[in-house]
Write a protein that binds this ligand. Structure first.
Ligand code: DP6
Length: 331
């Protein structure tokens, strides 16, 4: 971030999406958007939200997402988020925001995570606030829980309600354990249920919700230990368990939340076959139908080829682990 851009009240930042290996689903405090469970994620390379913000003038914020004016709902959510930064800076200046993703929005690829992380970093710089990464992460969380993790690169842990922090922290850099992620795109449609609504429905109606909360610390501890030891098999076991447990929880809501399609399930079968053949790979799936296969470098080609041949898979993206959210020089 250059001092010049801050003086002009403008900055541009980019951030990568992340995927959770120990899943966040549920809120302890809806108003503060505090998660009901801790989570652990990897930040992806190549996929990027690129966000410019300028604070100038008066009137309502002007927000353009992927070259189209934001919907009323998105605009309201972003204005509330920008108000957090304006309050800290003691300004009421209107913001002009332009944000774009180089990957499908709202299809289970965590565009809200990278989008709010990039906007937090850009707004901080544009207003000259000088916030720490932990403070940026806590603010990004207010926009979207998973965005707290996209402030950091590599392997990231987000604190749960049993910890004093309200932000994420980096566990290992991307370089320290350079895993790969093959993303099998099974649909380009926008997802049917927003995460926040899905979480509220699950908390209110699923008989499994208390068990979900009770089991999370053990999963976190297993995953933290696996990451510290770079133990792929142990990470695979807990990540698949957390993913399937979250989807079991979602299925048990009333009405049940079903995010998978036939190709998602076919992708799971492909990963199982690859595992049987000795490849280092495991799957994870979020609140959408895309399947993400996490693998070692040695298994990447076999995983990408097998998922590309899987019935219903419309595209395959192969990415590495990415770095933290950061300012882009040309403001
Ligand atoms: C399934 O971060 O999108 O991807 O805090 O309501 O914005 P809000 O939810 P969001 O939820 C992400 C849910 C998930 C699992 C995860 O990323 O941990």
């Amino acid at each position: 971030m250059s001092a010049q851009s801050a003086a002009q009240g403008a900055a541009r930042a980019c951030a990568h999406p992340n995927i959770a290996l120990v899943k966040y689903w549920g809120k302890a405090d809806a108003a503060a958007n505090l998660p009901a469970v801790a989570s652990l994620s990897i930040t992806l390379s190549d996929l990027v939200s690129d966000t410019q913000v300028t604070f100038d003038g008066a009137g309502p914020d002007r927000i353009v997402l992927d070259d189209a004016p934001a919907s009323d709902a998105d605009a309201a959510r972003l204005t509330a988020f920008l108000d957090l930064f304006r309050a800290r800076a003691g300004t009421q200046a209107r913001a002009t925001v332009r944000s774009s993703n180089n990957f499908p929005t709202a299809a289970g690829l965590a565009s809200s995570a990278s989008g709010f992380a990039a906007l937090a970093v850009a707004a901080d710089a544009a207003l000259g606030l000088g916030l720490t990464p932990a403070e940026l992460s806590a603010l990004a969380r207010r926009g979207s829980g998973s965005a707290a993790r996209s402030v950091f690169g590599g392997f990231v842990a987000m604190a749960g309600p049993d910890e004093p922090q309200d932000h994420a922290r980096e566990l290992l850099s991307a370089e320290a354990w350079p895993l790969h992620v093959v993303i099998a795109i099974t649909s380009r449609a926008r997802k049917r249920h927003a995460s926040t609504d899905g979480m509220n429905l699950t908390r209110d109606t699923s008989p499994y919700y208390p068990a979900w909360l009770a089991g999370q610390r053990a999963d976190m501890n297993a995953a933290l230990d696996a990451v510290a030891r770079r133990d792929f098999a142990a990470l695979a076991a807990v990540a698949e368990h957390s993913c399937l447990k979250m989807h079991g929880l979602m299925l048990s809501a009333r009405p049940g939340l079903i995010y998978w399609n036939a190709a998602t399930l076919a992708g799971i079968e492909t990963v199982r076959r690859l595992q049987d053949a000795g490849e280092d790979v495991f799957f994870t799936i979020d609140a959408g139908p895309q399947l993400k296969a996490v693998c070692t470098d040695g298994s990447r080609e076999a995983v990408a080829a097998a998922l590309a041949r899987t019935p219903g898979v419309v595209d395959v993206l192969s990415v590495g682990l990415g770095g933290p959210a950061r300012i882009v020089a040309d403001g």
